[in-house]
Design a binder for this molecule. Structure first.
Ligand SMILES: [Zn+2]
Length: 243
């Protein structure tokens, strides 16, 4: 195989690997922010649960204050009993006490309901507290893992760039410039295989005469459709000339 072509194939491989690594490094901040956002949402939902509990506590205190007032009223009504002279007045007073007592029981029931709600709420809080702790641990582990992946990929990039420079140095300037122009205008794949008379870059048919030339791997040949540099890898039976 033409040495320049072999170098171009290697250069393309390295550039594809570099692109892959850069893509995966680029995707990491988004992965982290998604994990953080999910965790923040859980924390916000948890805060809401706690607020609900606090509002129930306040409701209970308010009702207890009302209950105190009612009890105070009953107490006063009962003390005034002794000052009552007529039977009619006595009956009316008794009725007043009775209705105050009814009020007392009603408020007491309401307090019980609030306390039950508080019970449910506090159990839910405890459950969510546990969940949130697990979520936080998971998120932090994921972040660590992603940071580690990023470091690995960055190290890999350094190695790839060193290898790239070495191979780049061995390619003729005109050819290297042509490669760069092509790679900058396309999707990152410039050197590709010609397989069964089809360019694997654009999937268009290659004229038979040209394919014969490409199969020899002796010249730098470009696809008439997409301009990609083509090489032939063999049909799978013979070993490839690419090392
Ligand atoms: Zn093509």
């Amino acid at each position: 195989m033409n040495e320049q072509l072999a170098s171009l194939i290697k250069l393309q491989q390295i550039d594809s690997d570099i692109l892959d690594k850069r893509r995966s490094i680029g995707a990491i901040p988004l992965k982290i922010s998604v994990a953080e956002k999910l965790y923040k949402e859980s924390v916000a939902a948890f805060e809401k649960l706690k607020q609900r509990y606090e509002s129930l506590e306040k409701k209970k205190r308010d009702k207890e204050r009302i209950l105190d007032d009612i009890n105070e009223r009953i107490k006063k009504l009962k003390t005034r009993m002794t000052e009552i002279k007529t039977n009619k007045e006595y009956q009316a007073h008794l009725k007043e006490i009775e209705s105050a007592e009814k009020e007392h029981y009603a408020v007491e029931d309401e307090i019980l309901i609030v306390m039950e709600e508080m019970d449910v709420s506090s159990r839910e809080i405890k459950l969510q507290e546990k969940k949130i702790r697990t979520e936080k641990e998971k998120m932090e582990a994921l972040k660590k893992e992603l940071e580690r992946e990023k470091e690995e990929a960055e190290k890999g990039l350094l190695t790839l760039r060193e290898a790239r420079a070495k191979i780049g140095d061995g390619i003729d300037k005109e050819l290297y410039d042509r490669y760069i122009t092509l790679i900058e205008s396309g999707d990152g794949v410039v050197v590709t295989e010609a397989k069964e008379e089809v360019c694997q870059g654009c999937n268009m048919n290659i004229p038979p005469q040209l394919f014969v030339e490409i199969k020899r791997n002796e010249e730098i040949m470009q696809c008439p459709q997409c301009n990609r540099i083509l090489y032939y890898k063999g049909d799978g039976q013979e070993s490839t000339a690419v090392q």
